[in-house]
Design a binder for this molecule. Structure first.
Ligand code: PLP
Length: 399
């Protein structure tokens, strides 16, 4: 028989997950991983949240079947997601303008969104911030969509380049989609202010652009409610929007693949019709979603005691990362670094753009076993009190 796989050439390793493989294979015991965006506690572990363990115990006792879920998952999960995104008393929910499909992680939700855009909205362009999460262009490109970038980051000021954002988005055509990071912009850690969110929402409204939020870090910037402000500002102004949200980080449910694709339409009827297309997309990709992770999230969000405890757990993760930001800046100074790194303290979430170049990133890896993504993005969540000094000494040596 003819060998059909002979012609296949190797795909490039994923820039972030490939780094994790290299890190795991590195025999040096003092190695430090600031690559992938996974929360680590002070001991360098990614523990299961206490509320997740409690919810799982309840589910184990109460679960009666492993039968399939419906294509969009359970209605209870959908409602819990909507309330978390838009607020428990959101008029959008009351007016039935929202529909949610449980999806396999934030990535699964983005992929469903991409397919929905391609099939139902046609050959529009998806505008993506520069820089962005490495997978965005891939996910939208996989659906056959054209992507373009809008300016977002000013490397000199280490802040948002909002003028560039506006100039570039003014080039977008009516019907195009604008992808926004709900909070904790990945990789820069810089989010728009409320005034900037207002300006962006008005721009989308005036130009007829469809906003699409990628919301993977709710609770990691300032608080679960506070972090939804940008999304809610938009929801107040525009008639239609899309959201791909993820519970990988804020529930620590990385490997359970829990996410959601949420659609807001102008009215209940359009929401139902549009959502019927979302269901037919999910049906041919994964048929129906995995149940366990979403059941955990539903259990926690619908139980007042567990929910309060979960919010505290999110606050603890957020506070530890913030503490590491402050300690990082102070320790760099202590290691004789003159360059101003204070911007790290002002940024949100797991990531910051360190400003380290490719050569410096390579030297850190080769000489100090410190793993950072090639773009210079650092995952602050990988820092601990005990790895801080060797980390900062390494950085001081390559600067
Ligand atoms: N969107 C952004 C901005 C992310 O950083 C990530 C994960 O790192 C995702 C989406 C995907 O999340 P999930 O792991 O739930 O697929």
């Amino acid at each position: 028989m003819k060998n059909m796989f002979e012609k296949i050439t190797a795909a490039p390793a994923d820039p972030i997950l490939g780094l994790t493989d290299d890190f795991k294979a590195d025999p040096r015991t003092h190695k430090i991983n600031l690559g992938v965006g996974i929360y680590k506690n002070e001991a360098g572990n990614t523990p299961i949240l206490a509320t997740v363990k409690k919810a799982e115990a309840i589910l184990l006792a109460q679960e009666t079947t492993k039968s399939y879920l419906g294509i969009p998952g359970t209605p209870e999960y959908g409602l819990a997601v909507q309330q978390l995104l838009f607020g428990a008393d959101s008029t959008l929910i009351a007016e039935k303008r929202i529909q949610t499909a449980q999806a396999p992680g934030g990535t699964g939700a983005l992929r469903v969104a991409a397919e929905f855009i391609k099939r139902q909205l046609g050959d529009v362009t998806v505008w993506i911030s520069n820089p962005t999460w490495a997978n965005h262009h891939g996910v939208f490109g996989a659906a056959g969509l054209d992507t373009k970038t809008y300016g977002y980051y000013n490397a000199q000021t280490k802040d948002i380049d909002f003028d560039a954002t506006i100039v570039d988005l003014n080039q977008a055509k009516s019907g195009d989609v604008v992808l926004l990071h709900g909070c904790c912009h990945n990789p820069t850690g810089i989010d728009p202010t409320n005034t900037q969110w207002q300006t962006l929402a008005k721009l989308c409204l005036d130009k007829g652009l469809l906003p699409m939020f990628d919301f993977a870090y709710q609770g990691f910037a300032r608080g679960v409610e506070e972090d939804a402000q940008g999304l809610r500002i938009f929801a107040d102004q525009v008639p239609e929007l899309l959201v791909a949200s993820s519970f990988s980080k804020n529930f620590g449910l990385y490997n359970e693949r829990v996410g959601a694709f949420t659609l807001v339409a102008k009215n209940a009827e359009q929401a139902i019709i549009s959502f019927s297309q979302v269901k037919s997309i999910a049906r041919v990709i994964y048929s129906n979603p995995p149940a366990h992770g979403a059941a955990i999230v539903t259990q926690i969000l619908n139980d007042a005691v567990l929910r309060a405890e979960w919010e505290q757990e999110v606050a603890d993760m957020r506070d530890r990362i913030q503490e590491m930001r402050v300690l990082f800046v102070a320790t760099l100074k202590q290691c004789g670094v003159d360059a101003d790194f204070s911007f790290i303290e002002r940024q949100n979430g797991m990531f910051s753009f360190s400003g380290l170049n490719k050569d410096q990133v390579n030297r850190l890896r080769n000489e100090f076993a410190i793993y950072i993504v090639g773009s210079g993005r650092i995952s602050v969540a990988g820092m601990t009190k005990s790895n801080m000094l060797p980390l900062c000494k390494g950085i001081a040596a390559v600067l």
